[in-house]
Design a protein around this ligand. Structure first.
Ligand SMILES: Nc1ncnc2c1ncn2[C@@H]1O[C@H](COP(=O)(O)OP(=O)(O)OP(=O)(O)O)[C@@H](O)[C@H]1O
Length: 286
């Protein structure tokens, strides 16, 4: 039983199906002790409406990769193509949810004003902004918090507001950088299910960075596993679990355990410095 699907899931050249193309990107930082190569050469695609998780060892460059894709950091090489166009700065079609919701929401604005802000910048009329913001707050389960300020909400609720803001924007691609790392385990499970259900309902394309292997396998249709730095794609793992997932039955599915074990073993190899030459894993049951 093989897990690897590199190339099979996101065929380049399948016209109209690719939302995001990451083509040979490289990133080096200039530090006091000289240049540090973080991303060596990364290539992968994300199909429209696909849910892809990125995992890799700590310090492997996951956040750097997301910042490159979001146009927040200049590339040292390669290109990022969103909806067929190479990006040269933060593109209009992307929204990002960061880990640090406390700093991403404006405390002096109400919840609804926070959600409406990017829509204002997009030039949407007031009535449309209100409609979208209220629908998004409803979708994340916060219809009664529109007039509250972020500091009056729990951490989990604030992260829901950040998700509502991203969803209301109706992005072509939604980037999420460890968005649940700062919330407790119970809230984390609830927000994971919320994001899965929003993804199913809205058909948005999601690229989700996490250090949590279980979370990646639970959420994604495909997991892109990164090597340690300088980073390359170690393997793309197709998550062939049923689309309908829930915290109990999915996590106790033997296939979930196989996939988790496989991704775990890849990351252990990556940590030990093994690069692209990881032997293909086969499950004990094959
Ligand atoms: N602005 C910067 N200048 C210099 N080095 C940087 C900068 N940002 C990140 N790095 C380095 O790049 C490497 C990758 O960092 P990054 O935060 O992208 O990794 P990560 O995989 O997201 O890490 P973690 O899982 O621990 O959050 C690290 O060695 C980090 O020290």
């Amino acid at each position: 039983m093989s897990f690897s699907t590199a190339g099979a899931y996101a065929e380049p050249g399948v016209a109209g199906l690719i939302a995001l193309d990451v083509v040979g990107i490289k990133k080096s930082y200039h530090t006091a002790s000289g240049p540090v190569e973080v991303v060596q050469n990364l290539t992968f695609s994300v199909r429209k409406g696909e849910f892809v998780c990125i995992v890799g060892p700590s310090g492997s460059g996951k956040t750097t990769l997301l910042r490159c894709i979001a146009g927040l950091t200049e590339l040292s090489g390669g290109e990022v193509i969103l909806d067929g166009r190479a990006i040269s700065g933060p593109p209009a079609g992307m929204a990002i949810v960061f880990q640090d919701y406390g700093r991403s929401l404006f405390p002096w604005l109400t919840v609804r004003e926070n959600v409406e802000l990017p829509l204002k910048e997009k030039g949407l009329p007031r009535s449309e902004r209100r409609k979208r913001a209220d629908a998004a707050l409803e979708a994340v389960g916060l219809p009664d918090s529109a007039h509250a300020h972020p500091w009056q909400l729990s951490g989990g609720m604030q992260q829901r507001v950040a998700i509502a803001r991203a969803v209301a924007y109706e992005p072509s691609v939604l980037l999420m950088d460890e968005p649940f790392a700062a919330v407790d385990a119970q809230t984390r499970a609830e927000i994971q299910d919320l994001v899965r259900s929003l993804w199913e309902r809205l058909g948005v394309t999601v690229l989700f960075v996490t250090h949590d292997i279980d979370e990646a396998v639970y959420l994604a249709q495909r997991v892109v596993v990164l090597s340690n730095k300088p980073t390359v794609v170690l393997e793309e793992v197709f998550v062939d679990l049923p689309t309908q997932r829930d915290q109990l039955s999915t996590r106790t599915d033997p296939r979930f355990a196989d996939l988790r074990a496989h991704v775990y073993s890849l990351i252990q190899l990556a940590k030990r410095g093994k690069g692209a030459a990881v032997p293909e894993f086969r499950a004990a049951s094959s």
